[in-house]
Design a protein around this ligand. Structure first.
Ligand code: NAD
Ligand code: ZN
Length: 344
């Protein structure tokens, strides 16, 4: 399913030429148009006709209006059931393009070529596609696997540092929930850059892929991937609503800290383990002030989390370094204390 591309993209060309696609639609945003599309087109060798579909960059574009525009363009360009969509971009492009392709004419084929660290290690893998609704993230979507994922880590060379660090939070999460060695390798990195992260990308991709293969529809073990995301998503939404958006991975880093502390408060991990985990995450991520957010606003969002059942907040928490439990319900006091712990 996941292929790391050679410099001449031969595996992609083999894929395109083995199948009989009627037409190819390459979805990009303005940045991947500038930095990644020339590399793709310079290496793509196929007789199949193709069109470029470009949207503006940014999460604000991941909505039904953009989806509608793309469905209309596909219709106007007479995309049939044998058309292929190539999503070349970060998580916004792979979520959006996957959603549009999986619903257009009840589903046409698509492949993901992730160009951010976050989409390489996380968003492009696992078959969750979707768009945001009002100020709720990923409220409408489908579970549809891409035909293939082609990763080309050299795309990361043009990625801004903050975006790289954002994706690194998901890699740290993968280590914490599933692979102690991976976590230890990651925290031994002293300076975050493409070169230092590159050797660890494949392991993170494999962890995500393995978890998803065991539980595609998130009935059990896939829930472990939500570690750090219950509180993280609430903080991400509040920052956005306040007009000071932060990156997904920056919010996840806060969530990882709060939820590692919560794992300790709930008696699941030792104080020493939680301390080491938290100190290491803090090495990479500067403090973000969340003191202005009211507890009731945070709880309002926690209660609206998609993972909840019967109005109870379900957490995925650590039961060790490299292991995770899910559907864990915490005392309200411990949740508040874990958020106050970060505030201090
Ligand atoms: P993004 O797609 O907005 O990309 C971040 C920025 O980097 C954008 O400005 C983009 O234009 C730019 N960019 C992309 N590649 C570049 C490159 N190679 N060089 C220079 N600039 C480049 O954001 P993201 O962080 O990749 O993804 C976040 C999205 O992913 C969110 O919408 C989130 O909900 C979603 N997500 C989905 C899943 C899933 O399982 N489907 C998992 C995690 C996150
Ligand atoms: Zn995430």
């Amino acid at each position: 399913m996941i292929t790391i591309l050679n410099d001449n993209f031969s595996q992609l060309n083999d894929f395109l030429n083995e199948k009989t696609f009627s037409k190819i639609f390459i979805l990009v945003d303005e940045n991947t148009h500038e930095y990644c599309l020339p590399v793709l087109l310079g290496n793509m060798e196929t007789e199949i006709e193709f069109e470029i579909l470009e949207i503006e960059a940014g999460e604000e574009m991941k909505n039904i209006q953009t989806a509608n525009q793309l469905w209309e363009i596909l219709t106007e360009m007479q995309a049939d059931r044998k058309a292929l969509v190539i999503n070349l971009g970060g998580g916004v492009i792979t979520d959006m393009g996957g959603f549009v392709a999986s619903t257009y004419k009840r589903g046409i084929q698509f492949i993901n070529i992730p160009t951010t660290l976050l989409s390489m290690c996380d968003a492009s893998i696992g078959g969750k596609t979707g768009i945001d609704l009002m100020h709720y993230k990923n409220m409408v979507g489908t579970f549809t696997f891409p035909e293939k994922i082609f990763a080309y880590p050299k795309f990361l060379e043009t990625l801004p540092f903050k975006e790289l660090r954002s994706g690194f939070a998901e890699m740290l999460k993968h280590g914490l929930i599933a692979d102690k060695k991976h976590w230890e390798n990651l925290i031994s990195i002293s300076k975050l850059n493409v070169e230092s992260i590159m050797p660890h990308i494949q392991t993170s991709m494999d962890i995500k892929q393995e978890v998803v293969e065991k539980d595609f529809h998130e009935k059990n073990i896939r829930k472990t991937l939500n570690f750090g995301h219950t509180i993280g998503h609430a903080i991400e939404s509040l920052c956005l609503n306040q007009g000071n958006p932060i990156l997904h991975g920056e919010a996840v880093a806060i969530g990882l800290i709060c939820e590692a502390h919560l794992s300790y408060l709930e008696g699941l991990i030792s104080k020493d383990d939680s301390k080491i985990i938290i100190e290491n995450i803090q090495r990479y991520y500067p403090y973000i002030d969340i003191n202005d957010f009211k507890d009731e606003d945070i709880f309002g969002l926690l209660l609206n989390d998609k993972k909840n059942v019967d109005s109870k907040i379900n957490f995925s928490l650590l039961s060790g370094v490299g292991s995770c439990v899910f559907d864990h319900q915490c005392s309200q006091q411990n949740i508040t204390d874990s958020i106050n712990f970060y505030r201090k």
